[in-house]
Design a protein around this ligand. Structure first.
Ligand code: GRF
Length: 205
């Protein structure tokens, strides 16, 4: 199978990036990780990428450059590396409609809650403080809203009586590390069909 060229965008530790790297190296994912882009120079994920000989860049808001200008720089890297699918794995920036339009249904994001509950930057914290009994995570296509795009996969993380916030979050991350690669694989196999708000998965009927 032809390999899909993907870019992974990060802002932090990059444990999701690591799961994508591991599942690429094991042969589970038919992808080439063309590049990793971070908006923070100190993101540990950059080191993870370099350790695996993946081109890694920092593109961040410099001086008084506009959000659009910065994103142009991101798009420039994506085009240079001939990227087909953009994976947001803990990338803490909202994309402009220009980029979303350009990569329509080719940008996916992992979010740490069962959307539409708890969108935004602190999915684990918000769900934990609210006191839900079941949480989880969501992989979705990115649209112009904040965590509102069509849902590809969700994974469940039940809250146990003995949980601390840390154990809850740790278990949630392990669910993320499973479903993000699964969603990427479905995309690469051409099995995702976006129909309005719904994403049908071919071959699962
Ligand atoms: C994950 O919880 C992801 O869902 C959220 O940011 C976190 C990134 O973690 N958007 P990591 O950098 O992949 O370890």
């Amino acid at each position: 199978m032809k390999k899909t060229r993907i870019a992974v965008l990060i802002s932090g530790s990059g444990t999701n990036l690591q799961s994508v790297i591991d599942k690429t190296e094991s042969g589970y994912l038919p992808v080439e990780i063309a590049c990793v882009i971070s908006d923070r120079g100190d993101a540990f994920g950059l080191e993870r990428a370099r350790k695996h000989n993946i081109s890694a860049f920092t593109v961040f808001p410099a001086g008084n450059a506009s959000r659009e200008d910065n994103e142009e720089a991101v798009i420039e890297v994506l085009m240079r590396y001939n990227v087909e699918l953009v994976v947001l794995a803990g990338y803490m920036r909202l994309l402009t409609s220009r980029m979303i339009g350009r990569y329509r249904n080719r940008i996916i994001n992992i979010h740490p809650s069962l959307l539409p509950s708890f969108p935004g930057t602190d999915g684990y914290g918000d769900a934990w403080r609210y006191g839900v009994k079941v949480s989880g995570c969501t992989v979705h296509f990115v649209d112009e809203g904040c965590d509102t795009g069509p849902i590809i996969l969700q994974g469940v993380n039940p809250v146990e009586e003995i949980d601390t916030f840390e154990s809850f979050r740790e278990r949630g991350l392990s669910v993320e590390h499973r479903i993000l690669p699964e969603a990427i694989k479905l995309y690469c196999e051409g099995r995702l069909v976006v129909d309005g708000r719904k994403v049908r998965i071919r071959g699962k009927e």
